[in-house]
Design a binder for this molecule. Structure first.
Ligand SMILES: Nc1ncnc2c1ncn2[C@@H]1O[C@H](COP(=O)(O)OP(=O)(O)OP(=O)(O)O)[C@@H](O)[C@H]1O
Ligand SMILES: [Mg+2]
Length: 397
């Protein structure tokens, strides 16, 4: 049975956080195992969905876990690029400098993800908030004498398009996109997270100053870095405070710089008020509406062989409560069901030259209904209530 993308992504996050915890406790072997498992989940995700728009992000995460594994395996190895005549301190500093630069430059996305706004279904509030805060001021900074919001928090249930929205923003603008997911950030920067937070912001400012192009610093799963309920071991409080100070810099004296910080989380309640208030826009990325579900079904069945009797508005009302990513999985499962049937049928044979290859049968509404019976929505109604309650208090558009 294949795992759904959301599950694979969640597995990867779980393994990564576990790895980081172990890493910070000095349990090197176990940390490596968990980083490896996180990589395995991401690789599966890449293989199962080779065309997923988020693959650039996932590949970067794999790379950063790989790097950490290598670093753990050869800790105390010598860097050959060091000048042997330099003093030990100089050598050490030089290694450090190179590491810093490499570490940070690699976070800047050279290759843009190819997600367009139109592929992100629904979420009109979120899209216009991002557009108004990023695209307009970039075009006409003179129209914003009081500045404009620089910190944006995307929050909402898993699988609703937060990461996808950030990717779409990156692909639609002419600027730099710096992608850090908070878990790999902590793992790479163990013990040095505080110092590195300021380096990260310094690099972002450098890019923004150099080319006067907008720079987006996207911190995915931001709660794992800043959650107030986390056990505050290993300087996490200091790291968080450093982050807050840097955010003040972005909002305050750097107010004419085109530097934005977008955070994403599905656990907004674990963020405290000092953190929240620095994100002036707090945007709820909700489950899809019925209309959005209809478009999602259209989008994700467009390459499938559907019976003409299947009606996407009927599917939309059947799948109330399902997230965008659930709907994608449902379409995939329905299709896989017909592919398995084809392979299992006694008439199945390998493709023969000169004959058109056998195709799976058309998909019917009954297929979707049978998937629905086996697959519940990944977000419970209690969870939705919790998001609504949090929104009433903290949402800010
Ligand atoms: N609004 C949407 N429109 C179209 N597809 C979507 C949308 N939201 C999610 N998807 C599909 O679901 C997949 C997962 O979405 P994404 O990773 O953006 O969710 P997320 O909100 O970041 O979840 P999490 O909180 O777990 O990180 C996407 O790759 C995309 O295929
Ligand atoms: Mg995400």
């Amino acid at each position: 049975m294949s795992l759904a993308p959301q599950e694979l992504e969640n597995n990867a996050s779980t393994y990564a956080s576990e790895a980081i915890k172990l890493d910070s406790q000095g349990a090197r072997g176990m940390a490596i195992t968990n980083y490896q498992k996180a990589i395995d989940s991401l690789v599966k995700l890449l293989q199962l969905y080779p065309n997923s728009k988020l693959n650039t992000l996932y590949k970067e995460r794999c790379n950063s876990y790989h790097k950490r594994i290598n670093a753990l395996q050869q800790s105390h190895g010598v860097d050959p690029a060091v000048d042997p005549k330099a003093s030990p301190e100089e050598q050490k500093a030089s290694v450090q400098r190179q590491d810093d630069e490499n570490d940070f430059e690699e976070l800047v996305m050279k290759e843009r993800p190819n997600v367009s706004w139109s592929e992100v279904i629904g979420l009109d509030d979120a899209k216009s908030a991002l557009r108004e805060s990023i695209i307009y001021p970039t075009k006409r900074p003179d129209l914003f004498p009081l500045g404009w919001p620089k910190g944006m928090l995307l929050y909402g249930p898993p699988g609703t398009g937060k990461t996808m929205l950030a990717a779409a923003t990156a692909s639609e603008m002419d600027g730099y996109f710096i992608n850090v997911d908070a878990s790999s950030m902590m793992s790479k920067w163990l013990g040095e997270a505080e110092k590195n937070v300021s380096k990260l912001f310094r690099m972002a400012r450098k890019y923004a100053e150099k080319e006067s192009k907008p720079v987006i610093l996207f911190v995915d799963e931001v709660d794992s870095l800043l959650g107030s309920r986390n056990s505050e071991v290993g300087g996490e409080i200091r790291t968080k405070n450093q982050f807050l100070t840097e955010m003040d810099g972005v909002n305050g004296k750097g107010k004419d710089l085109m530097l934005y910080v977008i955070g994403a989380t599905n656990k907004p309640w674990s963020l405290d008020w000092p953190f929240l208030r620095r994100f002036q826009k707090r945007i709820y990325v909700s489950l899809p509406t019925e209309k959005a579900r209809e478009s999602l079904f259209k989008q994700y069945t467009s390459d499938l062989n559907l019976s003409p009797r299947v009606n996407s508005s009927e599917l939309a009302s059947m799948f109330d409560g399902y997230s965008a990513s659930d709907i994608k999985d449902v379409c995939q499962s329905a299709h896989l069901k017909t592919v398995h049937e084809l392979f299992d049928s006694p008439e199945y044979h390998e493709p023969v030259e000169g004959e058109p290859p056998q195709k799976p049968r058309t998909l019917t509404t009954a297929d979707f209904r049978s998937i629905m019976a086996r697959r519940k929505p990944s977000v419970s109604t209690e969870m939705i209530r919790a998001y609504h309650k949090w929104s009433e208090e903290f949402r800010a558009l």
